[in-house]
Design a protein around this ligand. Structure first.
Ligand code: FE
Length: 425
């Protein structure tokens, strides 16, 4: 009889082990989004931060032993959630705007009256890098205790080169310190700063000619995003910004067709964006062009909810058409959501995605939306051990039972960072 290999950690007897396997090369589309790659009575062997084996418990225990074992019987295990779209780095808050929204003020109306983004820009500029670090660190703790192990984080509340650099340095430092892995996006074109209200093209020129080269030189961002919207950055300005980023190695992402059918989906396909996000008003031909170009639709169901819109992205049509769909929070001062489980519930109730589709959109497809599909997003041999153990015995509890945190444990890079719902210092 062969000796067992000793490993750092074994998670055993999971009632339903959701692997999301088989899609490391390309996101799941169409009916593939229903296939969770489930193993009943499953186990995982973890060593050196990586997944060494994923099989039925009897097979894993026949070959491996471990110093630390987690008994996941009666519970489900999934890959760590990946939040593919956040505006993580901001100071201050905007709770007063909820009342304005209730009274009927729209997003652009609040923005034009000096509220909205511009208020957060003032607060973020006023915060020191150290203050921002502390604020965002807390936010990351909230994210991971609710299951997000990797999070895309945008700048975009600085809107001066100095303050954009400050925001992206916060992202870099937080990611290095952990526990959440952050992937950074430069969003200098988030809003037109007050100093440039009547000089949009001058601002765009500055972003393209001065800021993007500096951000790229300092290697502060992987992606370049733009808030492509009527009255903000329209199609040609957005194209200019995304192309300028692309020339210097920043992969395009885009806030597309959120409030108005402007052609953002088409632009995403034309510039070869990794994702187009929001898409409430995307045209059908734009979606088909995205599919052809391999652009992932990142849907953010908390955004229309907090904007009090009745309209949501047409996820059913996207999935039927074979457009890969991922999910994100749109975490920001106007949509302050740090619980990924609630995003899954909103995807079910508002986008009519099934729990399985919402889980795939929150794991492997979200990994592809941040170009990390080979590294994370599924429980497969060789991938990083980012794993959740949930206090539920069927995956369909995700979406169904909502509002309460059902995360029991979080394993990040092989370390148990959350246990019994509490963060381990
Ligand atoms: Fe956003």
């Amino acid at each position: 009889m062969l000796a067992k290999t000793n490993v750092d950690l074994i998670i055993e007897h999971s009632k339903q082990l959701v692997t999301a396997r088989g899609h490391s090369d390309a996101p799941a589309i169409g009916l593939e989004m229903e296939d969770l790659g489930r193993i009943d009575d499953g186990a995982i062997a973890v060593n050196d931060g990586k997944i060494l084996a994923v099989e039925r418990t009897s097979e894993v225990l026949a070959n491996y032993s471990a110093m630390k074992t987690i008994d996941a019987s009666g519970r489900i295990v999934t890959p760590g959630f990946i939040d593919a779209h956040t505006h993580l780095v901001f100071a201050g808050s905007r709770e007063t705007e909820l009342e304005l929204k209730i009274k009927g003020a729209g997003y652009l109306e609040i923005l034009q009256s000096g509220g909205g983004i511009l208020r957060t820009v003032r607060d973020t500029r006023a915060a020191s890098k150290e203050q921002l670090l502390q604020i965002c660190k807390k936010r990351c703790m909230n994210l991971i205790t609710h299951g997000a192990t990797t999070v895309e984080a945008k700048s975009g509340y600085g809107l001066t080169l100095e303050d954009e650099i400050k925001s992206l340095e916060v992202v870099r430092q937080l990611s290095a310190e952990g526990p959440v892995t952050l992937v950074s996006t430069f969003l200098g074109a988030h809003a037109i700063p007050p100093e440039y209200q009547t000089r949009v093209s001058e601002y765009v020129e500055q972003v393209c000619e001065e800021w993007i080269p500096e951000i790229a030189k300092r290697k502060l961002a992987v992606f370049c995003d733009v808030f492509c919207e009527k009255g903000v950055f329209e199609i040609e300005d957005s194209r200019r910004i995304l192309e300028a980023g692309k020339r210097l190695g920043l992969i395009p992402k885009i806030h597309a067709d959120e409030l108005f059918p402007l052609g953002g989906a088409e632009l995403a396909a034309q510039v070869g964006a990794v994702s187009a996000d929001h898409l409430l008003f995307a045209s059908h031909s734009g979606l088909l062009q995205m599919k052809e170009a391999g652009v992932i639709a990142v849907l953010l169901p908390a955004a229309p909810l907090t904007l009090m819109l009745d309209k949501y992205a047409d996820a059913r049509r996207m999935i039927a058409d074979g457009v890969p769909v991922a999910l994100g929070s749109d975490l920001s001062p106007s949509c302050w959501l740090e619980n990924h489980q609630l995003i899954i519930a909103l995807a079910c109730y508002k986008l009519r995605m099934t729990p399985a589709e919402a889980i795939m959109a929150s794991t492997i497809n979200a990994a592809h939306a941040i170009r990390r599909g080979h590294e994370i997003g599924s429980i497969e041999v060789g991938k990083k051990a980012d794993i959740l153990i949930l206090d539920a015995d069927d995956y369909r509890f995700l979406g169904y039972r909502f509002g309460r945190n059902v995360i029991d444990s979080v394993v990040k890079n092989g370390h148990v960072v959350v246990e019994d719902g509490r963060f381990n210092a």
